[in-house]
Every structure is written in C-alpha cells, then in structure tokens.
Design a protein around this ligand. Structure first.
Ligand code: SAM
Ligand code: SF4
Length: 348
C-alpha cells in the first residue's frame, strides 16, 4: 500500500499507511513507554520534590485516547509496551487500558509490562495477570522499613512487600529495580542481591539521572556503578552473560546466588547506540529521548480527527528528530538538572 495515495480515477478516500519507525541513525523504534499519570503516592527524594505541582486533570489524555495512541504505535511497529508513571496503578480505571492493550498481545504486540512502586500490587496483581501481563518491574531501593520511609517519604515498606508477594503468587515474573545511592543503599546491595535472587527475581541497579529540580543536591548521592560493581566483586563472582530484556541493562550472573544482576549506566556508559524506544506522556507529548528536551505534541493530532493518518504523519515527523543520544552530566559545575522535567513525567 502506498502512503497517502488516492486511487486514480476513483473517489476512494486517501489511505494512510502505518509505516515502521526508523530514526535518522537507522535504529528501529519498537518499544514504547507510556507514562499514564504524573501523579504518585510516593515522593522518592531523587525523583520528586515533596510538594509537587501536578498537571491539571483537563490536560490529561483520556484512557480511550491513550489506547488509541498506543494502538497507532503498535500499528507502526511497536512490539513491546511498558506502562509507567508517576505510579501507573494510581490512575483511576487504569485496568481498562491494561485490558484493552492486553487484547493486542499476539496480534502486533509481543509484550505488555509495567513499572510500579508496588504499593497497589496486592490489589491488582491477579487482574494484571488475567489481562496478559507476565512480567513487571518493581522499584525497591532498600530492605530497611525506616530507610524506605526516608527515601520514598510517603511509602510503606510492608505494603510493597505484600505487593511483591501477591505478584509472585499471581504468576507474574518480578524484576526489582534499585537506584544506587551513595551512603544510602550502597552498603545494602549484597543483602538486596541475596534477597532478590533468593526469591527468583532479577535485580537491576540504576544510576541517578539529573532530571527535574529536587530538594537535595544530586552530586551528594551520585554513585557511579563502576564503583559499586568493583565493591561487589570483592564478595561476589560475576560472569558476563549476553542476557538482554530489550532494555539498556547489561547483565551478569552472580555465581554465589545463581541469579542475574543488571546494571543501567546512563552516566558512566552511554547506552544510546542501541536505543529502540520512545516515551509518551499522559498529555500526549512524545519524547524521542529520555535525556533531551525535544518533544512532539500528539494530543492535537489525536483530538483533531478520528482518522489516524494525521497521527502517522506526526509520529513520522517526530521520529525523524530522534537524537543520537543524551547529554547527561552530574558534577559540581552543573548545578541545574540536564532535563527540567522530572522522571515521573516520562516514567524512566
Ligand atoms: N512509580 C513507578 C516506580 O517507581 O517504579 C514508575 C515510575 S518511576 C519514575 C520509574 C523508575 O525511575 C523507578 O525505578 C525510579 O526509581 C526511577 N527514577 C526516578 N527518578 C530517577 C532519577 N532521577 N534517576 C534515575 N532513576 C530514577
Ligand atoms: Fe513515585 Fe516512582 Fe517517582 Fe518514587 S520513583 S516518586 S514511586 S514515580
């Protein structure tokens, strides 16, 4: 089928084609992360300020509009879709979107996943499984309930633990994500590795990224994973494995536990060469790179017409602007965050 071509000699309407998304650096975009809300029931210190101003509700896309946008991306070659936030499970009626997208698994979509802080998992784990979700990421930065309260400000450690239990019981494969924070959880990492692997979960550690104004100075907490890894290698033996989950994590197998440990190193190792993803926010803004400010507004195209042709064109134009990589820097000479928006806008 040709793009935007009417048939000669007939009154057929213009037919727009859903072309695959290939960026200027020949990378195919096959992974969409959707931040379904910027709101959250936690206030993790590295992610948000305590008193956040959230988006006015009228600026949000409805769940039906988000579903339509996701379906357009699936038609354009997205095989893996991750719902995130803010906290995705605090968005009202979110299971409507999960169920609708779940119906597309096997016809276009290979996988539907979710990144969550775990606070609502005991309520939703069974339903997520029922909708076709098989793997989820749960963010957990510490195993100490007091430190958990300190880092999340509002979170309840025991509720998250119950959520993880419920998820595993429902049959969901759980991966833990921990942000590596100097003088906070670095000393706990061996225990976290043993805990995760003891329960059959992979653990991925992430470097802090300079996104959005927060109360504290990020340099104080920044811990290069090269340092963490060297420390861990004094008590664990790592073997490099080629295991990939379609994301930027590089995995090792920990001989002592038999489990997998992933490192996401946006700061110390630039992982952009293999970037296959774009990020959609709950207002319909498409970010082509987590670490850049450039974006495309898809809300206008969603609302202009029920015909998807306009959306295809807007997405193609946006993909043609996908940059080669990010410019994150954390040091004392760069006091402003590299990107003004908080991680909760694009969901990591
Ligand atoms: N609320 C959900 C959660 O916490 O899993 C989903 C959204 S949260 C923004 C996604 C991930 O981004 C979490 O694992 C969180 O720890 C991480 N994150 C938030 N701010 C970050 C930052 N400045 N640098 C690195 N990771 C960050
Ligand atoms: Fe909320 Fe996740 Fe940000 Fe923590 S990291 S404040 S749970 S969005």
């Amino acid at each position: 089928m040709n793009s935007n071509v009417g048939t000669t000699g007939s009154a057929s309407p213009l037919v727009a084609e859903a072309k695959p998304m290939i960026d200027p650096f020949k990378r195919a975009v096959t992974y969409l992360r959707v931040s379904v809300t910027d709101r959250c029931d936690f206030r993790c210190t590295y992610c948000m300020a305590e008193h956040m101003t959230f988006l006015p509700k009228q600026e949000l896309l409805t769940l039906e509009e988000l579903h339509r946008l996701c379906s357009v991306f699936i038609a354009k070659g997205v095989r893996k879709l991750r719902l995130t936030g803010g906290e995705p499970l605090v968005r009202k009626n979110i299971m409507y979107l999960v169920r609708e997208l779940g119906k597309q698994i096997g016809s276009g979509l290979d996988e539907l996943t979710l990144t969550t802080n775990g606070s609502q998992l005991s309520r939703f784990a069974d339903e997520l499984y029922d909708c076709g979700v098989r793997r989820i990421n749960v963010s957990l930065d510490t195993l100490d309930p007091d430190k958990f309260r300190q880092i999340t400000r509002w979170g309840d450690f025991h509720k998250v633990m119950e959520g993880i239990d419920a998820a595993q019981k429902a049959g969901l494969k759980v991966k833990l994500n921990a942000v590596a924070l100097k003088d906070f959880n670095d000393v706990e990492m061996p225990e976290m590795i043993r805990f995760a692997h003891g329960r059959g979960m992979d653990l991925t550690v992430i470097e802090t990224m300079p996104m959005g104004e927060i109360e504290e100075d990020r340099t104080d907490r920044y811990l290069p994973l090269s340092k963490l890894r060297a420390d861990l290698e004094r008590q664990f033996t790592f073997s490099e494995i080629g295991y990939r989950t379609g994301g930027p994590a590089r995995y090792v197998e920990v001989r002592e536990t038999g489990g997998r440990l992933g490192f996401i190193t946006p700061m110390t190792h630039n992982f952009c060469e293999s970037c296959n993803r774009v990020r959609l926010t709950c207002t319909g803004t498409l970010y082509m790179c987590l670490g850049q400010n450039d974006a495309a507004d898809l809300r206008a195209a969603v609302r202009a017409t029920p015909d998807d042709g306009l959306l295809y064109a807007a997405i193609d134009e946006a993909i043609s602007r996908k940059p080669k990589g990010h410019d994150f820097i954390i040091d004392r000479t760069h006091n402003r965050p590299a990107v003004a928006r908080h991680m909760s806008v694009t969901g990591g």
